[in-house]
Each structure stands twice: as structure tokens, then as C-alpha cells.
Design a protein around this ligand. Structure first.
Ligand code: NAD
Length: 495
């Protein structure tokens, strides 16, 4: 699919020696910042072949609910590398996020977002900040599996997998090693979510043991994020599950300086997508005011990824020198450190004029070949564990009292499966509940063999038949299993 702007893409002269890159110009400020980035890429001698694809608002309006048409998918899959300008997601229902669709469809499991302060040229309260947030990109609450279960209760499934944790944790350690970083911090909420976040933490520890030269630490996400907001200098590389990483990476980019400066990339085994973190900024679209730096630095990450560290270094250093020389777009302009207010295209020309120069105050960039990390393959090498079925959690909708529910459930017990407890929103209400506990219409009823002994699936089915015969409004059930003798379920009320 061709964009009108494809005319601004450089002509291909030496096909075969060039790395193909799918390029979309996006919406709002997208076309102008992409044009600026192209100016710099061409002048730098980047060995790239640019393949225009169209995604975003116009494609949504053609009726493609994810903002991308089949031809664009093909072009991106062929190129394997996608440089994407921001797009506008149309308001209203029925539209799906293009970014989430691309990440999940292409298996882009790692989101990498460097958040760096450029003081004193760009104002920030954290002048020495230089962190990289590595966020798991496919799992967690973003599986999109949601259900309304009762009149009052809705649920969203949080899925964390061992291969998913292994891949993102290994990616973070490999990234730290390749980029000369000293420490990797893992952030989870495993004091509450002991199985899901607990797995992420455990895998982080297991994989971290293979990187003795790197410092490792774990922080609970709430205090960890607060510390990042107040003292980001104490952090280096941070790896987190999807939702925490989503929030943390925005906090980190915001406190580093301007939203216009931060790049990001999404890495998969086959494909990768590079973009600025900001949106299409419709408020300044078409005014030649936008800062193209986020997208330009994303292009630098892309050059490292495709094995052109020489060009990445050239552009990054020219960009640092431009910032040092005080040549600033409006979003970062201030009278103390800026010398010239420039528009988007003039900023790009200033970077081009400095290709070959190094910064005088900032540490110069010096990418090396091994900074391009090999893809991390999801491994299924974990040995299967002994799995024993010992019970079942039955979820029901019920609008009457706790004792009445308990009586009906006890009548449904089988020889091997006894009612152990009833919880409401995770709080134990039977036996021995408190009258103060707020009750909704959603009950989890645990039947278990006591002491835990393996039960047959037939026995479970017998129990379920009894529950249905007791005229209970059954919602769903979760089996309770031991894995190598360890419970694969949380043990009671919300810990
Ligand atoms: P935004 O990031 O577009 O803008 C937020 C603020 O930052 C605005 O004041 C804007 O002028 C400013 N800003 C953003 N980028 C800038 C730049 N390069 N230079 C100078 N100033 C800049 O966020 P928003 O307004 O919430 O979203 C606008 C649209 O972008 C929405 O349709 C949203 O869905 C979309 N969006 C797209 C992406 C993406 O494509 N990756 C990401 C976020 C938002």
C-alpha cells in the first residue's frame, strides 16, 4: 500500500546491499517527523531500502478495525523491520489498538524504552537519569480475556507463562550485557500475586544466576515505581510484566524531560517495530513544531538492530551535539540553555550538519556490532512436573445468605470431595466469616480432598452434577492441582 508521502522516500540505488525496512508515515505530526527522520537517515548513508506501508486513521476509516490492511501485514512480514510514525486511533467503539494488534500478531515480546535525561540542555529534576525499561509485551492482563460473570462482577484473566518470563528476563540480561549496563532490577507484586508474579520473580532469579557480572535486585512494584519517580538515578535496566511496565515506562519517560525525546522498540523472534513513545499530537500537527527526536532515536535503535552500529553511532552523536549546541524545538526550548528555536525540518538539517561530530559534554555514543542482540527463543525445556488433581473451585452466582449457600453446597459433597471454604471477592466468609465483610453476588466454593489425595475426573463430574442439581447458578470452575506435591493454587483468602 503506497502513501502519497512515499515520494519523499529515497530512491533505491544499490538494491541487494540494503536492509529492507517497512516505513509508515502515520497521522497528525507523523508525516512531518518521519520526513525529518528520512532526511537524516539518507544524509547519514544508512544502508536501508524503505518500503512504504499505510496504517492508521485512513485505514481504520476504510473499515479495517485494527488500522492495518492485509497488504501492509505482508510488507511488514517481508521486511521484518518496521519504522512506524505515531497514528491517531479514531474515537468510538469497534476500533482495536493497532499497536497491541501488531505486537501480539508478530510476537513482539519485548518492549524496550530507554529514558535518559539530557540536562542541562533539557530541563528535568533528575539530571543523571539513564534507565531502560524492558516490559513484557504479550501476556499478563493484556491477553484480552474478559468476562462478565454475574450482575455485579466482571473478570479479566491475568496469564503469566514460564516461557514468556524466561524470554523477557533473558532478553533483559542480554540487553544489559550488550549495552554495558551494571544492574537489572525486576519489579513485580509477588507479595500479593504469589503464583503469577511469583513465577516472574522466580524465573528472573533463575536466569540472573547465569549473569554473575551483573547486579540483580527485586522490588515490589509499588515502592519500586515510587522510587523511580523520586530517584531514578538508583536504577539501570528494569524488567517487568506487561501492565506494570506500561505504566512505569510512561512515568520514566515523563520525568526524564520531554515526551518528544523518548524512543521505543518492540522486539520479536522474527520481526521488530521501532517508534517514538508519543502519539500523533493533533494539537500541533502541520505546524512544523514537533520534535522529531523520539522517532530519530528509535531509528538509531533500529540501525543497531539491523547491524549498522556505525551509522547508529554517527546519527546519535550528531543528535547529541545538536542538543548541546542549543538548537531546540519548541517543546524543549528554554532561554537558559537554548540558542536557537527551530522547526521540525530545520532541526533535522541541524543534525545533518553535525554528522561526523561528537558531543562535547555528553558521553559520545559508540555502538558496537554485538549491541544487536540475537533473538531470544521461547524455550520449552522445562521438565513436566507430576500433576495431581485434588479438588475444584466452583464459582456460583448467589444472592441470598452465606449459611444457606453453605448448606446447599454441603449437600453436593461427594465421598472424596468436601466443602473446605467459601470466599466472596477472595475473602473467606465460611466457615467463620465476619458480619462486616461486604458481600457481592459472586462466590468461590472450594471442594478439596482432605488430606490432599488424587481424585478422579469422574468424581469431579459427580460433584458438578450435584451442584447443578442443587439448583445453584454455576459460573465456572477451576481445577485444583498439586505440581510435584506443591499446590498450584492460592491457599485461601486474598493474601
Ligand atoms: P500525544 O503524545 O500525541 O500528545 C501529548 C502532548 O505531547 C501534546 O500536547 C502534544 O503536543 C505533545 N507532544 C507529543 N509528541 C510531541 C513531539 N514530538 N514534539 C512536541 N510535542 C509533542 O498524546 P495524546 O494527545 O493523548 O494522543 C493523540 C493521539 O495519538 C491519539 O489518537 C492517541 O490514540 C494516539 N497515540 C498513538 C500512539 C502511537 O501511535 N504509538 C501512542 C500514543 C497515542
Amino acid at each position: 500500500m503506497k502513501s502519497d508521502l512515499s515520494a519523499t522516500l529515497p530512491a533505491i540505488t544499490e538494491k541487494g546491499t540494503l536492509t529492507p525496512v517497512a516505513v509508515s508515515f502515520g497521522d497528525g505530526i507523523g508525516p512531518e517527523i518521519m520526513k525529518a527522520v528520512m532526511t537524516v537517515l539518507v544524509k547519514s548513508g544508512a544502508r536501508l531500502e524503505y518500503l512504504p506501508v499505510e496504517v492508521g486513521e485512513s485505514v481504520y476509516k476504510q473499515g479495517f478495525t485494527s488500522g492495518i490492511a492485509p497488504e501492509a501485514w505482508q510488507a511488514i512480514r517481508n521486511a521484518k523491520v518496521f519504522l512506524k510514525a505515531p497514528i491517531t486511533t479514531p474515537q468510538g467503539g469497534g476500533y482495536k489498538s493497532l499497536n497491541v494488534t501488531v505486537r501480539k500478531t508478530l510476537g513482539l515480546y519485548a518492549n524496550v524504552r530507554p529514558c535518559v535525561a539530557y540536562a542541562p540542555y533539557v530541563q528535568t529534576s533528575h539530571p543523571n537519569m539513564d534507565i531502560v525499561v524492558i516490559r513484557e509485551n504479550e501476556e499478563d492482563l493484556y491477553a484480552g480475556i474478559e468476562h462478565r460473570q454475574t450482575d455485579e462482577v466482571y473478570q479479566c484473566l491475568k496469564l503469566i507463562t514460564r516461557p514468556g518470563c524466561q524470554r523477557i528476563c533473558r532478553y533483559a540480561f542480554e540487553y544489559a550485557r550488550a549495552h554495558g549496563r551494571r544492574k537489572v532490577t525486576c519489579m513485580t507484586k509477588d507479595n500479593i500475586m504469589k503464583l503469577t508474579d511469583g513465577l516472574f520473580h522466580k524465573v528472573f532469579d533463575e536466569i540472573g544466576a547465569e549473569y554473575p557480572e551483573l547486579e540483580k535486585e527485586h522490588r515490589i512494584i509499588d515502592i519500586g515505581m515510587a522510587r523511580v519517580a523520586n530517584g531514578p538515578e538508583a536504577f539501570d535496566v528494569i524488567v517487568t510484566p506487561n501492565l506494570y511496565g506500561d505504566i512505569l515506562s510512561d512515568v520514566a519517560a515523563e520525568i526524564a524531560g520531554s515526551v518528544g525525546l523518548a524512543p521505543s522498540c518492540n522486539i520479536g523472534e522474527e520481526c521488530a517495530m521501532f517508534e517514538a513513545i508519543h502519539g500523533s499530537a493533533p494539537d500541533i500537527a502541520g505546524l512544523d513544531q514537533a520534535n522529531p527526536s523520539g522517532l530519530l532515536l528509535a531509528a538509531v535503535m533500529m540501525l543497531v538492530h539491523v547491524g549498522q552500529p556505525d551509522v547508529a553511532t554517527l546519527i546519535h552523536n550528531a543528535w547529541l551535539r545538536t542538543i548541546e549546541d542549543g538548537i531546540h524545538t519548541q517543546d524543549i526550548f528554554n532561554v537558559d540553555s537554548s540558542t536557537r528555536l527551530v522547526g521540525t525540518q530545520e532541526f533535522a538539517r541541524a543534525v545533518c550538519e553535525r554528522l561526523g561530530l561528537e558531543p562535547q559534554r555528553f558521553k559520545p555514543a559508540a555502538y558496537v556490532n554485538n549491541a544487536a542482540q540475537p533473538p531470544i527463543h521461547a524455550s520449552g525445556t522445562h521438565l513436566p512436573e507430576k500433576k495431581e488433581l485434588v479438588g475444584i473451585d466452583v464459582f456460583v452466582q448467589w444472592d441470598e445468605g452465606t449459611q444457606e449457600l453453605a448448606q446447599r453446597l454441603q449437600a453436593a459433597q461427594t465421598e472424596g470431595l468436601h466443602l473446605q471454604m467459601i470466599t466472596n471477592r477472595g475473602v473467606k466468609v465460611w466457615p467463620e466469616g465476619f458480619p462486616e465483610t461486604f458481600l457481592t453476588d459472586h462466590w468461590r466454593c472450594r471442594f478439596i480432598s482432605d488430606p490432599p489425595n488424587e481424585v478422579s475426573k469422574d468424581e469431579l463430574l459427580g460433584l458438578m452434577a450435584n451442584v447443578l442439581r442443587a439448583d445453584l447458578d454455576f459460573i465456572k470452575a477451576e481445577t485444583l492441582c498439586l505440581f510435584n506435591g506443591q499446590p498450584g493454587f492460592s491457599l485461601g483468602q486474598g493474601q
